[in-house]
Design a protein. Structure first.
Length: 362
């Protein structure tokens, strides 16, 4: 649930014509839980951590009705770490999103700033981690479904929602003099949703972007680049295609997601393929208790990774939930080490993570 604060009175009269209606909505999510990790660099781990159900964040959504079907809007969103109180990115305060724009109820919306791409917006909500836990995401989140790669210097256009269908395109400028493609990114996407069916497809291309290949797969080299702990793979082109969907059938909601990540440089290319499928079961029939079962399968170079997930959520209210989840990952191939997203890698090809926590949204 989000808390709306109406901006009115003398301030509104001084700031805008009397017919304009403005609002500011404060929203966010706080999530803390206890983890057990069977093998992290060769040892068991018990810890408290946050943001494993949903990212800990707070934000402001600002809207002004300009009349004639036109609206001005802005969003400022910042991530933090609840169990330590730290800012998640010390070099960027509004590190998740920061943009301003204009919309028309017939023509769509145009926005400018630091904006999440369509991989996250249209497909991210359809994969195994929703409503599970973050370790259910694909290896290393290299496909961006977990929202840690907003596009800087972006211009975004999005259509209106037409009978459940919506589409958009965005371009992020590299801001490099004399070289338009250096650092440039762009994203395209479309989605459809009704009471039973949800579907999303998106594509994002990034020039000159890095990827943590060693931290994810423990590979000492890729496409001629030597890798080690803390050394990122430099991709001249980094492209991601993602598609996902779900269908609600009574108490059951089966879902399926595919994502493909292609990393390229002057030596060639390497592709990560991720397949996710599962089913969410409404045990109460009213959305109060949700049981989820899912399976991930990923392939990269000569490695194959399988993960089996189970979670249970008790929705105490629309804003508060307690949950428990467990994921078992098996990695096979030369030098394979299991490494679930958001945790340090195992010393072997196996890793189990169990978590219980509470998540409050406002």
């Amino acid at each position: 649930m989000r808390t709306g604060l109406l901006v009115g009175g003398c301030a509104a009269i001084l700031a805008a014509p009397v017919w304009a209606q403005s609002s500011v909505t404060l929203y966010g999510s706080i999530d803390v839980g206890l983890d057990f990790v069977s093998n992290t660099q060769g040892k068991h781990l018990y810890q408290e951590s946050s943001g494993k159900r949903q990212p800990d964040r707070w934000g402001l959504l600002i809207k002004e009705n300009l009349g004639g079907g036109n609206t001005a809007f802005a969003r400022l969103e910042s991530g933090f770490v609840t169990n330590t109180g730290a800012q998640i990115n010390p070099t960027s305060f509004f590190n998740r999103e920061a943009f301003v724009g204009l919309s028309n109820d017939r023509l769509g919306a145009l926005s400018f700033g630091n904006i999440n791409d369509y991989i996250y917006q249209y497909v991210g909500r359809l994969n195994n981690s929703i409503p599970g836990i973050s370790s259910f995401y694909t290896p290393g989140n290299l496909d961006g479904l977990a929202n840690n790669h907003a596009l800087n210097n972006a211009v975004k256009y999005e259509t209106i929602n037409f009978h459940g269908f919506q589409a958009g395109a965005m371009n992020a400028f590299g801001n490099q003099a004399g070289n338009f493609s250096e650092g440039r990114q762009y994203s395209l996407g479309a989605q459809y949703a009704n009471d039973m069916v949800r579907f999303g497809i998106a594509y994002t291309m990034s020039h000159n972007r890095t990827a943590d290949v060693f931290g994810t797969f423990s590979l000492s080299s890729l496409l001629g680049q030597p890798l080690k702990q803390g050394t990122m793979f430099n991709a001249s082109r980094y492209s991601t295609l993602a598609v996902g969907g779900s269908v609600k059938i009574g108490y059951f909601t089966p879902h399926l997601t595919y994502s493909g990540v292609k990393l390229e440089n002057g030596q060639g290319s390497a592709t990560l393929n991720n397949y996710q499928t599962g089913v969410n079961i409404d045990l109460s029939g009213k959305g109060f208790y949700i049981l989820g079962l899912s399976w991930d399968h990923s392939t990269f170079q000569s490695l194959a990774i399988n993960q089996y997930n189970l979670f249970l959520t008790d929705y105490l209210s629309k804003s508060t939930q307690i949950y428990a989840g467990v994921g078992l990952q098996r990695a096979a191939g030369p030098g394979a080490r299991a490494a679930q997203f958001g945790y340090q890698p195992s010393s072997s090809g196996s890793q189990t993570i169990a978590r219980i926590g509470v998540n409050h949204m406002f």
